[in-house]
Write a protein that binds this ligand. Structure first.
Ligand code: NDP
Length: 336
């Protein structure tokens, strides 16, 4: 049983030294347990937060502990009522080949509902995050302008496509020309702007002639700074993620812009609302049936960035924090 452990807490960007690949015995299921074999493993930006110590909305991974992750697994052996060998489940068994489970936070998957790995992406946590953040907090109305950052990624790609379905003008922000082309040509966004271009702020302003009604925040940093002056009165900002800051070890230098931001929040009556997707699972069935239909009729498209082999996970994860992924990053650990 190969496992990838957190070897040491990173300071700044994680490196190979922060991870340790070890080989252990495959455990056996005791009464009330089942043995899971990992087929697909999801790599997500939140895992950078789990590598840090300190207070957060979730417990950190212990040094020497297995890195956490959502997984799609096959039940190998079951002494747990309701599960039999061969069942396919969504679990949180982490960066390892095998794990024991008592069934907590495990959900059976219908193998006929689409590719199994979709349960980690468009039909799972990231897709659901896009849906809740945009619809519940963003409250899009036809004709409004929606800007979404990390637009080619797991969450952003879905946000923009749902916003199009709601009749909005959709402007993506992404980090390469190839990602921008994909976002406009394949996903149907109206425009996509590359935040690494020197004149990014001007390009964003030109892309939003009527201002911005919803900014779906995935990144923070320079993208957020360029968005603020373009926000309309009554604009909404679902604060989903801040990936530009996850490797930061100190506050940015320069003048404190908080008063300027607060003044904008006040005078433009902005709604700025953070959310953690855990809190919303009561609405998952509604999301799931709607998203399944959108995928089926082609109104939502989905791209995976699939890497092969558990041992590739650390490198792929480091790449995620630098934009080297193109689409939802998933590790194929074993064949079904
Ligand atoms: P993505 O698939 O979008 O991958 C991350 C992308 O972020 C990279 O490909 C890169 O794209 C972009 N990025 C990386 N560094 C920077 C930077 N410095 N500035 C701007 N963009 C950057 O990831 P997800 O869709 O899974 O996650 C998107 C966001 O949603 C993350 O912030 C994540 O933490 C958050 N999230 C929040 C949840 C919640 O409950 N609130 C749940 C799930 C996700 P590019 O090449 O375009 O720069």
């Amino acid at each position: 049983n190969r496992q990838i452990l957190l070897a040491a807490r990173p300071s700044g960007a994680p490196t190979a030294e922060n991870f340790d690949l070890v080989e252990r015995e495959v455990p056996t299921a005791g009464p009330g347990q089942m043995l899971l074999r990992t087929l697909f493993l999801s790599l997500d930006p939140y895992m950078r937060g789990r590598m840090n110590d300190g207070p957060s909305y979730a417990e950190p991974v212990a040094v020497g502990g297995v890195m956490t992750a959502g997984t799609v697994c096959e039940v190998v052996e079951s002494k747990l009522e309701g599960y039999t060998a061969g069942d396919i489940v969504l679990a949180g068994s982490g960066w390892q080949d095998y794990a024991l489970s008592d069934g907590e936070a495990v959900r059976k998957l219908d193998p006929d509902a689409g590719p199994l790995s979709y349960a980690l992406g468009v039909l799972g946590m990231p897709g659901f995050t896009a849906y809740i953040g945009l619809l519940h907090i963003g409250q899009p109305k036809a004709g409004e302008t929606v800007v979404v950052s990390a637009a080619s990624g797991a969450v952003g790609s879905v946000v923009g496509q749902i916003a199009k379905l709601k009749g909005c003008r959709v402007v993506g922000v992404a980090g390469t020309p190839e990602k921008c082309d994909y976002v406009t040509q394949e996903l149907g966004f109206d425009v996509c702007v590359n935040y690494k271009d020197a004149d990014f702020a001007d390009q964003l302003a030109a892309a939003c002639p009527d201002g911005i009604d919803i900014y779906y925040e995935n990144v923070g940093g320079a993208v957020f700074q360029a968005v603020v002056p373009l926000l309309n009165t009554w604009a909404r900002i679902p604060v989903c993620g801040m990936i530009a800051h996850y490797n930061a070890t100190a506050l940015p230098e320069g003048p404190d812009r908080t008063p300027l931001l607060m003044r904008n929040i006040l005078t433009k009556r902005l709604l700025v609302r953070g959310f953690i997707i855990f809190d919303h699972y009561a609405d998952f069935p509604a999301f799931f049936s709607e998203m399944t239909a959108w995928l089926k009729d082609g109104s939502v498209r989905y791209r995976e960035d699939m890497v092969e082999g558990l041992e590739t996970a650390p490198e792929a994860f480091m790449g995620l924090l630098e934009g080297r992924n193109f689409g939802k990053l998933v590790v194929k650990v074993a064949g079904p």
